[in-house]
Design a protein. Structure first.
Ligand SMILES: Cc1ncc(COP(=O)(O)O)c(C=O)c1O
Length: 398
């Protein structure tokens, strides 16, 4: 059996394709910024985009990206360490640090690489890493690399500071990294940041909050740390530019010495080209827009609250939470895939999520500032009109 035998015998995707229920790699023609989108030739209401603040179609953001291309070209052309470091990167880092209240920031080429690069550079032999058991794959993969360098990696119960405290009390070392998502992007729950800070401070552990889905949305745009009143007490924060900042890339925020260490030791930073000029400028313009509108409650949150209540009233199995993400749960894969197909056929796009990405089967709805009240009412109407067909199949057994 050669290496590629596993590919030739891989049938899972074909099984879904054969029955017309394959949900992945949908082809959108045009923008997917959270308003209306064109999916395989038909218009849909986009309820699957992480562009929470709808900034990817903002004239300011588009203009900034266009200007950057005109001035700098299309590529940073090399690692920032040697030849690809632009003033655009450093200006963005200074503004990120100022806005989020840290001494310094370091921009990476993606949010995934940020977590990978931070965890693997900071933890190794003699260190311990504690991850929330539902932490994002990029934190998990960073911990895998740390483990390969000798770190001990443990999991603590999801959003369970008590379990973390019990484990830290028994930990053999104080050289500990604790890492969690700020907003769990599949279930929409927020990490208990204040409680995690208290535990980490008690045991001298260093807390990292990956606020990929909280920035721009919570805490006057500053995310869940600010929302929890914990500014200045979370030593490491990471974020992605691919959600509210309407771009590509990511960043870590920390004290100046830690950032300097990461600039020179983090392998995904050193061995990959710098973020492109357009992506850097777009993220920076989005940051300015978020800072400008920071005092206003995002429409995405109000839209999600309205939709969550409406779906619950219709009898869907909707998880709680206060974020723009609404998971609608199903008891099995076929019911979930059938529901997704029916919704698409009626002009509403939601993302189908199933193991190994999450436990169980769910449609993930993500609200953004771009969904007008009329469009949301239309979507609720679609959910209502298909519920009779869906409910018998998807209601969990009592
Ligand atoms: C919690 C979390 N962290 C990090 C990432 C990675 O971000 P990016 O898309 O910039 O690689 C994501 C995106 O899936 C995420 O949800």
């Amino acid at each position: 059996m050669d290496l590629l035998e596993k590919c030739r015998t891989y049938t899972r995707a074909d099984e879904a394709r054969d029955v017309g229920l394959y949900p992945y790699y949908p082809v959108f023609q045009g923008p997917v910024d959270g308003g209306r989108a064109v999916l395989e030739g038909a218009e849909v209401l986009m309820l699957g985009s992480n562009n929470y603040r709808a900034l990817s179609s903002s004239p300011q953001v588009i203009g900034a990206a266009q200007d950057a291309i005109a001035l700098y070209g299309t590529s940073a052309t090399g690692s920032r360490l040697l030849s690809g470091n632009l003033d655009l990167h450093e200006e963005l880092e200074a503004d990120l640090a100022g806005f989020f209240g840290y001494e310094a920031a370091l921009v990476f080429a993606t949010g995934y690489m940020t977590n990978l690069g931070v965890v693997s550079a900071l933890a190794g032999s003699g260190d311990q890493v504690y991850l929330d058991e539902k932490a994002h794959a990029s934190l998990v993969d960073g911990a895998r690399l740390a483990k390969a360098s000798g770190a001990v990696v443990e999991r603590f119960g999801h959003n369970d500071p008590g379990d973390l405290a019990r484990q830290l009390a028994a930990a053999p070392t104080r050289s500990v990294l604790v890492a969690t998502d700020g907003v769990f992007s599949l279930e929409g729950s927020l990490a208990p940041v204040a409680e995690l800070v208290a535990v980490c401070e008690e045991y001298g552990a260093t807390l990292l909050v990956d606020d990929a889905h909280g920035v721009g949305v919570f805490g006057r745009g500053r995310g869940v740390i600010e929302q929890a009143g914990m500014q200045g007490r979370v030593p490491l924060m990471t974020l992605t530019f691919s959600t509210s900042l309407a771009s590509q890339g990511g960043a870590v925020l920390a004290d100046a010495k830690t950032i300097d260490f990461l600039r020179h030791t983090s392998r995904p930073q050193i061995f990959s080209a710098g973020l492109s000029p357009a992506d850097t400028a777009a993220a920076h313009a989005s940051l300015r827009e978020i800072r400008r509108g920071a005092e206003a409650e995002p429409d995405a949150l109000m839209a999600a609250e309205h939709l969550r209540r409406a779906l619950d009233a219709l009898g869907f199995d909707v998880a709680g939470g206060s974020s723009p993400v609404i998971p609608v749960r199903f008891p099995d894969e076929s019911a979930m895939l059938a529901a997704q197909r029916v919704l698409v056929d009626h002009g509403v796009y939601t993302s189908a999520v199933l193991p190994p990405v999450c436990e169980g089967y769910q449609l993930r709805i993500a609200c953004t500032d771009a969904q007008s009240p009329d469009a949301l009412e239309a979507a609720i109407g679609v959910f209502a009109s298909v519920r009779e067909a869906l409910l018998p199949r998807y209601r969990p057994a009592a």
